[in-house]
Design a protein around this ligand. Structure first.
Ligand code: ADP
Length: 296
């Protein structure tokens, strides 16, 4: 995975004040947010973009409420496409996606998204960025602000609630992105390589912060990554996709206890799960490379 540091003004700030060292989260309000919803069923989904590009082929996947599932596979294998069928940004050519028994037909606030590149409004403060969703959902100004503050606190950024995105580091912006997605009280969180552009240390902290939030919130998560370590560290299950056309070729349960921390990466379970994933990914990456070489 490339570890490109952001090029914006926040980068120098990141170095100087080390704001990614997270303060302890306040848990008082979080226990109220436990979810029992977020049951996702992907039933025989195929996505054919035309001109010979079948991004996803016959995908079947069921995710239980509160489960953390990583979609792992080589670049271009269809991970984002599959996740986007759950978001309803992409319509399956055949097959269906249901969330809590309802077929998804359009994007909705019940499915929050976090992308690799933050998509914050640069002219709005951290708090106002997070309050935007609740305001759109017709909450009053005071309520929207109060919800925003709760989630800004959850991601450890209370001290920056009046800052503008341009003043934040890459990691902080992604934390605002997570707060913004959660402020709509979704049942499902869809994360497309959200930490892919962060440096290794910040990424490790973000992963722990995300697990902390997920542990409190109890939300179902689909997390797209091509980083094996990230997938094994985060997931309850790692679902591996094949190179084009993207099929689901393995569903690997991660038997690491929770809460997880960095010391677990040397445990027998971690090493064995990683080895399984590595073998699958290596053969799929080679196949993807050969496919790309033969497509002149
Ligand atoms: P991944 O997330 O695993 O990198 P993607 O889902 O982004 O893979 O892409 C899977 C395949 O579908 C790739 O070959 C990509 O070029 C192609 N693709 C993605 N989006 C589109 C689109 N909107 N139109 C046509 N082809 C697309």
């Amino acid at each position: 995975m490339s570890e490109i540091l952001g090029t914006d003004s926040g980068q120098s700030m990141e170095k100087s004040v080390k704001q990614d060292m997270l303060p302890p989260l306040s848990h008082a309000h979080l226990n109220k947010l436990k979810k029992t919803k977020g049951h996702i069923v992907i039933d025989n989904v195929t996505v054919d973009y035309g001109k010979g590009v079948v991004a996803v082929k016959d995908a079947n996947l069921e995710i239980q409420p509160g489960e953390f599932v990583c979609l792992l596979g080589p670049s271009g294998c269809g991970k984002s496409t599959l996740m986007n069928t759950v978001a309803s940004f992409v319509k399956p050519t055949s097959g269906t996606v249901t969330v809590d028994g309802e077929r998804v037909k359009k994007p909705g606030l019940d499915r929050g998204m976090v992308f690799q590149q933050h998509s914050l409004f640069p002219w709005k403060t951290v708090c106002d960025n997070v309050a935007f969703g609740p305001l759109m959902a017709k909450k009053g100004k005071a309520e929207a602000k109060s919800i925003a503050r709760t989630f800004v606190e959850m991601v450890g950024l209370s001290a920056y609630e009046n800052s503008y995105p341009g003043m934040l580091s890459g990691g902080m912006k992604q934390r605002v992105g997570i707060a913004r997605a959660l402020a709509n009280y979704p049942n499902v969180l869809l994360m497309d390589e959200p930490f892919g552009a962060l440096d290794a240390q910040t990424r490790a902290m973000m992963q722990e912060n995300l697990l902390q939030i997920w542990g409190e919130f109890g939300i179902s998560v689909i997390f797209v990554t091509h980083d094996i370590d990230e997938a094994v560290f985060l997931a309850d299950r790692v679902v591996v996709m094949s190179a084009s056309p993207g099929r689901l070729i393995a569903d690997i349960k991660v038997d690491l206890p929770r809460p997880r921390d960095a010391s677990m990466v040397t445990s027998k379970e971690y090493v064995e799960t990683k080895k399984k994933c590595m073998e699958l990914i290596r053969s799929e990456s080679l196949r993807a490379f050969e496919l790309q070489s033969s497509k002149k």
